[in-house]
Design a binder for this molecule. Structure first.
Ligand code: URP
Ligand code: ZN
Ligand code: ZN
Ligand code: ZN
Length: 488
């Protein structure tokens, strides 16, 4: 295969503009973007007239090869990434899970698991307990290991959950490192109470999962996290925003000038909770994730919020289990491994639901599926752009072609797909990863080990002005009042 590529005659789309142009690629890097590029016959030419040439998708939220709730996710760094590439995603950021609380051991394990990668990837670090050792390890992650974001859990009481005191300490630590604090925002104490209530009522099926953790608990935790991050003046990234309640808190905070990022995931945008009532256990259990997939109005509101910029980028929370693993919770919804698929479907579903329906423009599509993620995690314009000097992670999308989703044809190893039977308009016909054509004519050509680890540096644009704001706040405080005791 050639290391020189010319994509001819397509409409090149970036987050802020589009133009008809050719894209010339050499050795994995975009060399030129302009009309009528002439090349020799040693160059592979891909015809793209009438099609969109866009930065490959970047999925900010995945869980590949993760041990969770007594199970291992079914997709590893090879199968999950192969699925991603077949759906037009060329990079993802996965959550490293510490080993016995140790970030270093956790990272070591993920470095091994990710050796078989066939596309570029980065890491967030999940924090599953908080103490001085972890705090020190965070410094190493940021300064030496290329990790600039940490996820804290306000849910999963008894395992990952940390309380407000520790959350504040963690936020302060993130701020001092220039690292982005992320939260799983659900009130874990109240979820626990909700679960007890369901069991007392004899509701042990998958519907009990959603009923035990309603939107109000997501809204409360989101508001609390936003206020605590605002109190120490550090940016906050809310992962998997699933409800109107959480979205409205993010909207309010952003209007007041706080640096809050909201990430809806595809399942929350396009699915609804009608599955709750399905009498077949597996059919219902395959939709179990946290926070839960909500009643239909929530998804529609999240779509509107995405179109208005209240929410900024779309993830998947890709975390797949097969039917036999989901069946672990047959007698108790609390034992159903949480998680759904999406890494292969995200680009198609966002196009179909948001662009094809007229809710967002093609340039906004690039922003919410790729560019904004690159900017937030400080890897723009190496990633998230079609321009000279950027990595050649490129897709060609045909707006007049259609796609269909099924577990029978998807590339994930899971035996189920929560988007089973979905048909839509707009198909990713070509995926180019690191300058190589890996997806063409519905055929995948991927090689384990070809993907690169992308290091992410601290102090992204979100940190601009933070120091100044602190100084202004401190100088606004009055000097201590000199008091005296009145004598009589
Ligand atoms: O249900 C989910 N979301 N599983 C993955 C873990 C998490 O909280 O993101
Ligand atoms: Zn631009
Ligand atoms: Zn989470
Ligand atoms: Zn997740």
């Amino acid at each position: 295969s050639s290391t020189k590529l010319l994509i001819k005659g397509g409409t090149v789309v970036n987050a802020h503009e589009m133009e008809v142009a050719d894209v010339y690629v050499e050795d994995g890097i975009i060399v030129a973007v302009r009309p009528n590029i002439k090349v020799g016959d040693d160059v592979t030419v891909l015809e793209a007239t009438g099609k969109f040439v866009m930065p490959g998708g970047i999925d900010p939220h995945t869980h590949l090869d993760m041990e969770f709730m007594g199970s291992g996710t079914i997709d590893d760094f090879f199968s999950g990434q192969a699925a991603a590439l077949a759906g037009g995603t060329t990079m993802h950021i996965d959550f490293v899970i510490p080993v016995n609380g140790s970030l270093l051991s956790g990272l070591e394990a993920y470095e091994k698991k990710s050796k078989k990668s066939c596309m570029d990837y980065g890491f967030h670090m999940a924090i599953t307990k908080w103490d001085e050792v972890v705090s020190k390890e965070m410094e190493i992650m940021v300064n030496e290991k290329g990790i600039n974001s940490f996820k804290f859990f306000m849910a999963y009481k008894g395992s990952f959950m940390i309380n407000d005191e520790l959350l504040l300490q963690a936020f302060k630590k993130c701020k001092s490192l220039g690292a982005l604090a992320m939260v799983h925002a659900e009130n874990g104490d109240a979820v626990y109470e909700g679960q007890r209530r369901m069991i007392e009522l004899g509701i042990t099926g998958p519907e009990g999962h959603a009923l035990s953790r309603p939107p109000v608990l997501e809204g409360e935790a989101t508001a609390r996290a936003i206020k605590l991050a605002g109190f120490v003046n550090t940016p906050l990234y809310v992962v998997h925003v699933m409800s109107i309640d959480a979205m409205e808190e993010i909207s309010k905070a952003r209007k007041s000038g706080l640096k809050v990022i909201g990430e809806p995931v595809v399942s929350g945008l396009v699915l609804n909770d009608s599955w709750l009532w399905d009498p077949d256990f597996i059919t219902a259990a395959k939709y179990v994730m946290s926070p839960p997939i909500r009643a239909a109005g929530h998804g529609k509101a999240l779509q509107a919020a995405l179109s208005m910029g209240t929410l900024q980028l779309v993830g998947t929370d890709h975390c797949t289990f097969n039917s036999t693993q989901k069946a672990l919770g047959i007698d108790d919804f609390q034992k159903i491994p949480n998680g759904v698929n999406g890494i292969e479907e995200r680009m198609h579903l966002v196009w179909d639901t948001m662009v094809e329906s007229g809710q967002i423009s093609v340039t906004d599509y690039v922003r919410v599926t790729s560019t904004e993620c690159a900017r937030i995690f400080n890897i723009y314009p190496r990633k998230g752009a079609i321009r000279a000097g950027s990595d050649a992670d490129i897709i060609i999308l045909n707006p007049n072609s259609s796609f269909e989703i099924s577990a029978k044809s998807h590339h994930s190893r899971s035996d189920t797909n929560v988007y089973e039977g979905w048909r839509g308009k707009g198909k990713v016909e070509v995926t180019i990863s690191g300058g190589r054509v890996v997806w063409l004519n519905d055929e995948l050509k991927v090689f384990p080990g070809s993907g690169k680890y992308v290091e992410m540096r601290p102090f992204s644009y979100l940190f601009n002005g933070i120091g100044k704001a602190d100084a202004k706040y401190l100088s606004s405080l009055k000097a201590p009042v000199k008091r005296f005791r009145a004598t009589t």
